[in-house]
Structures are given as C-alpha cells and as structure tokens.
Design a protein around this ligand. Structure first.
Ligand SMILES: Nc1ncnc2c1ncn2[C@@H]1O[C@H](COP(=O)(O)OP(=O)(O)OP(=O)(O)O)[C@@H](O)[C@H]1O
Ligand SMILES: [Mg+2]
Length: 238
C-alpha cells in the first residue's frame, strides 16, 4: 500500500487578499502622516468583510491599497496570489480592470451615458465585443433590479438607483473582488437597506466583498468585521 500523495493547496485555496506589515506614510509638506502603521490581514475567497473604525483611522487608505489604486510605503499586498504593491501604473490599471470592482460613496457614473452604457464601459475597455457587452450589461442591470432603467442617464435616476448601476458596473468584467468605500454614505436608511441586501445577495452568489463603512446595518450584514484604530487593525485580522 502506498501512502496517499499529499496534494499541495490549490492556488484558489490561498487567501484572495493578503497584506503583510503594510505601512503607508503620506508626505504633507515637512510632515509625515502615518496613515497605516503595520497592517497584516488575510481575506478568504467568498468572504464578506466590513472594515470599521473612527474617521481618519486609515480605512480608505487600506481599501485603496487592496484596490491597487495606491501603493504602500512598505510591506506587501497580494491579490489572488499576485504581488500588486510594486506594479507600474500600466500594470495596475490593467490588473484593476479585470480583477477589482470598486464602488464609491458618490457613485461616479458618467453623466452623459445611459445606465446601460455606464455598465458596459469597463467591458469596452476590456475589448469585449459590442453585442456581448450590451447583453451582459442588460443582465447586470436586471440583477440589480433596474431592467426598466436601461436608457436613463444618472441625473434621471434616484441615488439608490445610481448606486445599483455603479454596483452593476463594478461586476462588469467578473472581478475577483468587489471593494466598496461607504457605499450607503449618500443614501437614506431605506435606500441604504436595499444596497445592503444587494451586497448580501452578491456575496451569497460567490463574490468576495470588502466594504469600508460607518453604517452599522451594513457592517452587521458582513460575515466578518475588522476594527481599525490609528492606522492599525485592532481585532478581526488574519
Ligand atoms: N493624500 C493624503 N495626504 C496626506 N494625508 C492623507 C492623505 N490621505 C489621507 N491622509 C490622512 O491619512 C489618515 C487616514 O485617512 P483615511 O482617508 O484612510 O481615513 P478613513 O478611516 O477613511 O476616514 P473617514 O472615515 O473619515 O473616511 C488621515 O489622518 C488623513 O488625514
Ligand atoms: Mg474614508
């Protein structure tokens, strides 16, 4: 009898996000702001993590590093097993396009484009053929409950509808990871609750989500809460 062979962990069993001793200093004139002071954190595939903590503790700074919008002063950031902390601008842009869906507090939709065109835009950047991107954009708008708003421009949509378009856009290129910074920050409680249930459905359907929020309802809906203070994770880390 031979021993069963030990199979190495499949690549997708590794954490999808892995930060080690990450620091981020901002130079502000002669001063330095130590926005992140040694953050170590893992997020598993399929997880739904809320990052909470007082204003100025470094939540957005952390999310921007995970989203490859910014780079750390020191430490390492891996997304899906790939080092992203030292990418060139060009590499980072391309990496974001295919791997990261970002949702912002203020939606940032293109005002002159319809809801459908806004959702299709990242697919156009990814050179998806026109027919396919129309079809998928329509499917994504249906997923967020906006089939009847395809031709509306952002100014012809409510805040909650605009945020649902932004979430559909974040999903356009089937990202590994959806990140959101205060996605309910501009919305009233009722509309915010719709966004909270949409994120829950998204996670139940298999999307890994990291959200920064002051909204207790949103934080409580996540599988895991990470508390930050003064540039550090104070509990809930890897
Ligand atoms: N570009 C920058 N230049 C200098 N300092 C910055 C810069 N961006 C952020 N900071 C500082 O870094 C610290 C962390 O900021 P960050 O935006 O990450 O906080 P936050 O936790 O997201 O706060 P909030 O809940 O208010 O959004 C703060 O002290 C902030 O003033
Ligand atoms: Mg912030």
């Amino acid at each position: 009898m031979t021993e069963p062979t030990q199979t190495p962990a499949a690549p997708d069993e590794r954490p999808i996000v892995s930060l080690r001793d990450v620091r981020r200093d901002y130079a502000l004139g002669a001063e330095r702001v130590h926005a992140l002071q040694g953050v170590t954190l893992d997020v598993e595939r399929g997880d739904y993590v809320a990052i909470v903590g007082p204003s100025g503790c470094g939540k957005s700074t952390l999310l921007n590093l995970i989203g490859v919008i910014d780079q750390p002063t020191s430490g390492t950031v891996e997304i899906g097993g790939k080092r992203v902390d030292d990418m060139s601008d060009w590499e980072a842009t391309s990496f974001r396009l295919y791997n990261i869906g970002f949702v912002f507090q203020r939606f940032y939709l293109m005002p002159i484009l319809s809801a459908l065109e806004n959702v299709a835009l990242p697919m156009a950047e990814a050179k998806v053929p026109r027919e396919e991107r129309r079809e998928r954009a329509a499917q994504l708008l249906a997923y967020v409950g906006l089939s009847n708003r395809e031709r509306h421009r952002p100014s012809e949509l409510s805040g909650g509808e605009q945020q649902r378009v932004a979430i559909a856009r974040a999903l356009a290129n089937r990202p590994t990871l959806v990140l959101a910074d205060e996605p309910t920050g501009e919305l009233d409680a009722h509309t915010g609750a719709e966004i909270i249930s949409l994120f829950q459905r998204l996670n139940a359907d298999g999307t890994t989500i990291v959200v920064v929020t002051h909204d207790e309802g949103l934080a409580d809906a996540a599988r895991r809460k990470i508390h930050m203070r003064d540039g550090k994770v104070v509990d809930g880390s890897a």
